[in-house]
Each structure stands twice: as structure tokens, then as C-alpha cells.
Design a protein around this ligand. Structure first.
Ligand code: BDR
Ligand code: CA
Length: 308
């Protein structure tokens, strides 16, 4: 049976590839794509989701979500994703339109209609998910698990302590991490193992399709910014790791430990504090992603992209 997922995104170069993989893999039933402000303002992340879906012929409803974090001031990542949030490729104007319903209401309705079946896959700030949990706590009944890209037990990428998705809305992340739902945190420690080196890019280029060409162009822009900002030799495909984990949980080794999100506004604001030595006495609440089987990950991604 296919796994029912809702992909909550802020495209974003890696979000765009996450959409392509989630929409095409035969093990997933992508119920909807919900969009949140993050890498860019909502107006832009929404357009980007619609552009990617239109370009690739993805027939999945897209819902506009929250345009700002729950409490804090807005933060964007134009240094990484550019002014549009998806700089690099030239897209034709999108033919697809967003649904009337809001992302939060869609998540609520979908979860209320199912019994522990829905996997939420957030690859942006957790604003939409937290708000859905606040507005209708009974949605927990419908959720099987949350597999999110965000956080780090090591270094952050937007401050020394914090990863971007969590830092953009730490209060929302706190609500999600304390929800009692099964959570897998696919953080930077894992996603930095998913760098798209030239041999990977070449394998994708050789697919020879318009979607493959799009992915190569996305990697080119993302690769340049990752080189400039972080000195990385190749861009890490963060968000795709979360989708891949849902498709095949054997690709990523995890460790279940207590994790809290720091919401005090100091140097550690937005840090995911992971208690690997169980020093806090808190119950283990999060499966933290540790190790990626890189070969099988890329085989899965490239095989899925070859279906376009
Ligand atoms: C995360 O932040 C965004 O820039 C990426 O899309 C990814 O979701 C990595 O920290
Ligand atoms: Ca993202």
C-alpha cells in the first residue's frame, strides 16, 4: 500500500527536487503540497511550487500556508536561494493555480479523515504544522508520523547553533517537537552526507529529459551559493533526504533521543538540543537521523527522476 503524505515546503532548490521525487515515487500517495514562507516570502515560495508542478506536469493540489512565523520576525534565505527563492532556471509562467483552501485547513481536514495514516513531511519552517496542531489538536489521531528536514545536533547553518528551518520559527518547532507524535528529525548532520557531486549531476544530466535538465540547473545555482557561503564542494540535497526516508526507512540510520528546541532569544535561539547521553532525564521523543546510505539514496533519487 502507498504511504499517504503531505509535503510542506518553502521552495527552495532542494524543496523543488523533494517535490519532484515525492510526486513520482510509486510508494507515495502525495495528497497535497502545502507551502510556507521560509527560503523566501510566501508569495514567492508559492509561485515556485506552482512553477515546478506546472513544468513537471505534477497533478497534485497546492495550498498556500502561513506568510510569517508564529511569533518572531521573518527571516529568509536569499543568500542561498536567490531573490526568487528558486534562482537559476528560467520557468515558463505556471499554468497551475493554488487551491482556495488554506494549507492549515487542508492539513486539518486530511488528518481528520484518516486514522494514523498520514505522514507529514515538512521541509521548511514548521509554522503550518504547528498552527494546524494548535487549531485542531484532534488531527494527531490521523497522523502516523512526522518526518521533517530541520535541526542539527552539531553545527547550525544560519547561526552557529541553529539550522535554518528551526531558526525561522523556533516556537512552531517547539510545538511540533513537544506534540507527542512520532518524529524523525532529518537534520544537517545527515543532509550534509547528501552532496550532489559532479558524478551524480552527470548521471542526472544523462537522463536527457526537461525535468533532468531543470534539476541540473537547480544544482548549478545551489552549488554556487553553497560554495560561496559555506565553502562546500557540492550542494547538499537536504529536503530530499526526508522524502527518501519515508520511501525507504533503511536508507537512514536513526537514534531515538530526547530533543528540545531552544526558544530563549539568545545565542542558541532555534537550536535543537539533542541529549545523546540522556542527561536531562527527559523521555526520548525524536528519531535523529545519523547516517545516510549515499549510494542507495542517489540510486533512488535518480531512478525516480528517470520516470519523468
Ligand atoms: C534547509 O533550509 C533551506 O534553505 C533548505 O531548503 C532546507 O530545507 C536547510 O537548512
Ligand atoms: Ca526547504
Amino acid at each position: 500500500m502507498k504511504t499517504k503524505i503531505i509535503l510542506d515546503v518553502d521552495p527552495g532548490h532542494d524543496d523543488a527536487v523533494a517535490i519532484l521525487v515525492a510526486a513520482k515515487h510509486e510508494k507515495l500517495d502525495l495528497r497535497g503540497i502545502t507551502v510556507v514562507a521560509g527560503n523566501q516570502v510566501l508569495e514567492k515560495t508559492l509561485q515556485n511550487a506552482l512553477k515546478v508542478c506546472s513544468f513537471a506536469g505534477i497533478d497534485v493540489p497546492v495550498y498556500a500556508g502561513q506568510d510569517r512565523p508564529l511569533l518572531r520576525d521573518q527571516v529568509i534565505a536569499d543568500d542561498i536561494h536567490g531573490d526568487s527563492g528558486l534562482d537559476g532556471p528560467q520557468f515558463p509562467p505556471p499554468t497551475k493555480r493554488a487551491e482556495e483552501k488554506s494549507a492549515v485547513d487542508f492539513i486539518i481536514e486530511e488528518c481528520l479523515q484518516h486514522d494514523r495514516e498520514i505522514v507529514l513531511v515538512p521541509t521548511g519552517p514548521l509554522t503550518n504544522i504547528a498552527l494546524a496542531l494548535l487549531k485542531e489538536p484532534r488531527i494527531k489521531q490521523g497522523i502516523k508520523e512526522i518526518v521533517l528536514m530541520g535541526g542539527a545536533y552539531g553545527l547550525g547553518n544560519v547561526t552557529p547553533s541553529a539550522e535554518f528551518n528551526i531558526f525561522v520559527d523556533p516556537e512552531a518547532a517547539h510545538i511540533v517537537f513537544e506534540s507527542g507524535l512520532p518524529i524523525t528529525m532529518v537534520g544537517l548532520d545527515l543532509t550534509h552526507q547528501a552532496k550532489a557531486y559532479p558524478e551524480v549531476v552527470e548521471r542526472i544530466r544523462r537522463l536527457g529529459t526537461p525535468v533532468a535538465e531543470l534539476v541540473v540547473e537547480l544544482f548549478a545555482f545551489f552549488g554556487d551559493t553553497y560554495k560561496r557561503v559555506f565553502g562546500f564542494e557540492a550542494p547538499p540535497l537536504h529536503d530530499v533526504c526526508a522524502v527518501a526516508h519515508v520511501i525507504d526507512p533503511t536508507l537512514i540510520k536513526t537514534q531515538k533521543v530526547p530533543v528540545v528546541v531552544e526558544t530563549t532569544r539568545g545565542a542558541c535561539y532555534g537550536r535543537t538540543v539533542c541529549d545523546f547521553y540522556f542527561k536531562t532525564g527527559k523521555p526520548a521523543n525524536v528519531h535523529v537521523a545519523m547516517e545516510l546510505d549515499q549510494k542507495r539514496f542517489w540510486d533512488l533519487v535518480i531512478d525516480t527522476l528517470s520516470k519523468y
